[in-house]
Design a protein around this ligand. Structure first.
Ligand code: SF4
Length: 395
């Protein structure tokens, strides 16, 4: 089974920490952009012969897509791909961009998982981040989403920001936990190149983020989420414990784990549609033109390319077996409870973990960061805070 990612790189306002492929002030281009997505969906769908079990609308801010345009895009998606009956369809939304009618419309189209960019409950932190919403907007969006029938709601939060205190972080976590959602993604703030936040810190206008404090925030949040009935299944992701009763149990341990992201972390194939979208399919990693204007122009020019590439292709890199095995370790070790299974690795590559990565796993295991047994390898709690360092072993 494959997954489909649809990029919508339009935002009302660019956040101060954001280095994603996202643009403010291009709203006039949205109708032409969605039209291009519809064309791309048809072209790529012609070559896709596997069922699609997850679709993810990522941003940018996909909740800025007007419902009539989204409806046309869904019609094309369903015509072009074999979506499974229980296909997980996620859409990222900013809390102040949705109302009751919009959320009901999303449910009617088949969106069944909503991911809200909440980030903080503190007004001063939201202002610092350049967010346009308040905590009350998040609470309102969650309530309206429940009323619209969403049974799977996720919140993104940021910790480790300049000036953020343990008290403000605990308050942020507790207030968002009280909203009764099903999934949390917690991200350590990184000062990425080219962002205003990085410039403010470099000019001394803001204090340097405190990495020790960020580690304490992470550990406290993990414990607090555990007390609230959530299980960590990936370095940054926690899902409400709820056993699956259906055939999905092969795909995830709790019905609230993000099946689309599991596809990435298991290094399974996905198709990327839209400006700047990345894909991994047919032995290639590839990406489309990043600028929405360039994307629309390339789709209009319509240069024919073989599946999985579209006329908007900007770059493609063939991935050999060695690289694919390394990538499987890099992404699979993010799955803190599942890890990389010996059996699935052997089935996929014809070699065991010890045949390929004995040195790397031996070293990480000796340092107490990875648990390596005959069943497979997984990151230990001690390894989570130094995960990036540990992953470099496989690059
Ligand atoms: S809403 Fe998201 S994608 Fe858009 S600028 Fe902010 S962080 Fe970036």
């Amino acid at each position: 089974m494959i997954s489909v990612f649809i990029a919508f790189p339009f935002c009302r306002h660019k956040c101060s920490y954001c280095d994603l492929n996202a643009y403010a002030g291009l709203d006039d281009l949205i109708p032409a952009y969605v039209e291009s997505l519809i064309v791309e969906t048809r072209l790529i769908g012609r070559g896709a012969d596997a069922p699609v079990h997850t679709v993810y609308f990522g941003g940018g801010t996909p909740s800025l897509i007007p419902l009539p345009l989204l409806s046309d895009l869904f019609a094309s998606l369903r015509d072009s791909f074999a979506l499974t009956d229980d296909c997980e369809i996620s859409l990222e939304a900013n809390p102040d961009t949705v109302d009751a009618a919009y959320l009901k419309g999303l449910r009617q189209l088949g969106v069944n998982r909503l991911s809200l960019g909440a980030q903080s409950a503190q007004a001063n932190e939201l202002t610092l981040f350049g967010r346009t919403h308040t905590f009350d907007d998040v609470a309102r969006a969650v309530k309206l989403a429940r009323e619209a029938g969403f049974e799977n709601i996720s919140l993104d939060l940021i910790y480790g920001a300049p000036g953020q205190t343990m008290e403000s972080w605990q308050d942020t976590m507790k207030r968002h936990l009280a909203l009764g959602v099903d999934h949390f993604s917690l991200y350590a703030l990184s000062l990425d190149f080219g962002t205003p936040l990085r410039a403010w810190v470099s000019r001394g206008l803001l204090p340097e983020p405190d990495s020790d404090l960020a580690a304490e925030m992470y550990e406290w949040a993990d414990e607090e989420l555990g007390r609230a009935g959530f299980t960590q299944y990936e370095i940054s992701s926690w899902a409400k414990k709820e056993e699956l009763q259906t055939s999905n149990s092969k795909l995830q341990n709790s019905k609230f784990e993000c099946r689309h992201n599991l596809q990435y972390w298991r290094n399974e194939p996905y198709l990327g549609l839209g400006a700047g979208a990345h894909g991994w399919c047919g032995g290639f990693r590839y990406s489309n033109a990043a600028s929405p204007k360039a994307y629309v122009n390339r789709m209009k020019e319509g240069v024919e390319r073989p599946f999985p590439f579209s006329p908007a292709l900007a770059q493609s890199i063939p991935v050999n077996r060695e690289t694919e095995m390394s990538e499987t370790m890099l992404t699979g070790l993010r799955l803190v409870s599942e890890g990389v299974s010996e059996e699935s690795f052997r089935q996929r590559y014809g070699s065991g973990l010890g045949d390929v990565f004995a040195k790397e796993l031996g070293e990480l295991s000796a340092r107490g960061l990875v648990e390596w047994t005959e069943d497979g390898a997984r990151l230990k709690k001690e390894g989570r805070l130094v995960a990036n360092w540990a992953f470099e072993k496989f690059v």
